[in-house]
Design a protein around this ligand. Structure first.
Ligand SMILES: NC(=O)c1ccc[n+]([C@@H]2O[C@H](COP(=O)([O-])OP(=O)(O)OC[C@H]3O[C@@H](n4cnc5c(N)ncnc54)[C@H](OP(=O)(O)O)[C@@H]3O)[C@@H](O)[C@H]2O)c1
Length: 251
C-alpha cells in the first residue's frame, strides 16, 4: 500500500491527541501533522512526538484564519498530498471566557455564541479551504470533522446548549456543502461529519454524571471505533453524518 500523509487538528488533548497516537501507529502512514493551538502547553503531544518520529507539531488556532493559513502553508510544503485530515478542534465550555453550555435562553451571550461559531462552525471549513490544494484530485482522501449528535436538528429533543448545538449544526451544513463541491473536483474524496459518542475528556467531564459506564468511552476506544468507520468510507458516503458505530445520523 502507498504511504500516506495525515493531518490531525485539535491535537493537544482528548480525542485529537489519541487520533494522533493511533494514526501515527499505522504502518501505511508516513507523516502526521499534529495541529494544536499552543504547542508550548501541549505537554502530552510534545512527549508523544519525542517517541514517535512521524509527528510534526504545528501551531494552529482554528478561530483565526491567518493562523490556519500559516499552518496549512507549512503543511502543504512538506505534504503536497494529504490522504487523511481529521479535525477534532471544538469547544463546549471555556473557563477563561466564562463560557458554559446554556440551559435557558436568558444565558445566551453574543461573545460565546461568536466563539462557538468560529471554532465549531467556521473552523472546519477554513481548514478545508487552506488545505484544498493538498487534497488529491484522483485518489481516495478523507476529510473528517468531529461534530456532535447534539448538532443534529432532526435529533434535537431536549433543547438547551444553544451555542454548541447551533455551531455544530453550522459545521454539518458546511461539510455537506463542501462534499458537494469536492464531488465535482475531487471524486475520490470523502467528506464526513462524525459523532464520537460520549468520551471521557475535559469537554465531557462536567456532564458525565448521568452517563452509564458502558456508554462512556475511553479516548482509545473512541478513536479505534472512529478509525474503523473512516476505513470503511467510500466516495458515495461523502456528505453524510456518521456515529461511532457506523450508523448514519440525521442532519
Ligand atoms: N468528549 C465527548 O463526549 C464529545 C462528544 C461529542 C462530540 N465531541 C467533539 O469531539 C471533539 C474533541 O473533543 P474532546 O472531547 O477531545 O474535547 P477536549 O478534550 O476539550 O479537546 C478539545 C480540543 O480542541 C482544541 N481547540 C479548542 N479550541 C481551539 C482552537 N481555537 N484552535 C485549535 N484547537 C482548539 C483544544 O485545544 P487546546 O488544548 O488549545 O484548548 C483541544 O485540543 C470536539 O469537536 C467535540 O465537540 C466530543
Amino acid at each position: 500500500m502507498l504511504e500516506s500523509h495525515a493531518c490531525v487538528i485539535g491535537a493537544s488533548r482528548g480525542i485529537g491527541l489519541e487520533f494522533v497516537r493511533q494514526v501515527a501507529a499505522q504502518p501505511r502512514i508516513a507523516l502526521v501533522h499534529a495541529g494544536c493551538r499552543d504547542p508550548g502547553h501541549a505537554d502530552a503531544l510534545v512527549a508523544l512526538a519525542r517517541e514517535q518520529p512521524k509527528l510534526r507539531i504545528i501551531a494552529i488556532d482554528v478561530a483565526d484564519e491567518a493562523s490556519i493559513a500559516n499552518a496549512c502553508t507549512a503543511i502543504t510544503a512538506s505534504s503536497p498530498r494529504l490522504h487523511l485530515v481529521v479535525n477534532t478542534a471544538g469547544v463546549l465550555h471555556d473557563t477563561t471566557l466564562g463560557m458554559q453550555p446554556e440551559k435557558r435562553l436568558v444565558e445566551v451571550r453574543s461573545d460565546t455564541l461568536a466563539h462557538a461559531f468560529a471554532v465549531n462552525g467556521a473552523g472546519p471549513l477554513l481548514i478545508a479551504k487552506h488545505l484544498e490544494a493538498c487534497i488529491p484530485t484522483r485518489e481516495r482522501a478523507i476529510f473528517a470533522s468531529i461534530s456532535a449528535k447534539v448538532g443534529s436538528i432532526g435529533d434535537n429533543r431536549l433543547g438547551g446548549w444553544y451555542a454548541y448545538r447551533a455551531s455544530k449544526a453550522a459545521q454539518n451544513m458546511a461539510l455537506k456543502t463542501l462534499a458537494i463541491e469536492w464531488a465535482r473536483s475531487r471524486r475520490q474524496a470523502v467528506v464526513v461529519a462524525l459523532h464520537p459518542g460520549t468520551t471521557d475528556t475535559d469537554l465531557s467531564r462536567p456532564f458525565q454524571a448521568n452517563v452509564p459506564q458502558d456508554k462512556l468511552f475511553t479516548t482509545e476506544r473512541c478513536v479505534r471505533q472512529l478509525l474503523g468507520v473512516i476505513d470503511r468510507l467510500q466516495p458515495a458516503d461523502s456528505g453524510r453524518f456518521y456515529g461511532w458505530d457506523g450508523s448514519e445520523l440525521p442532519w
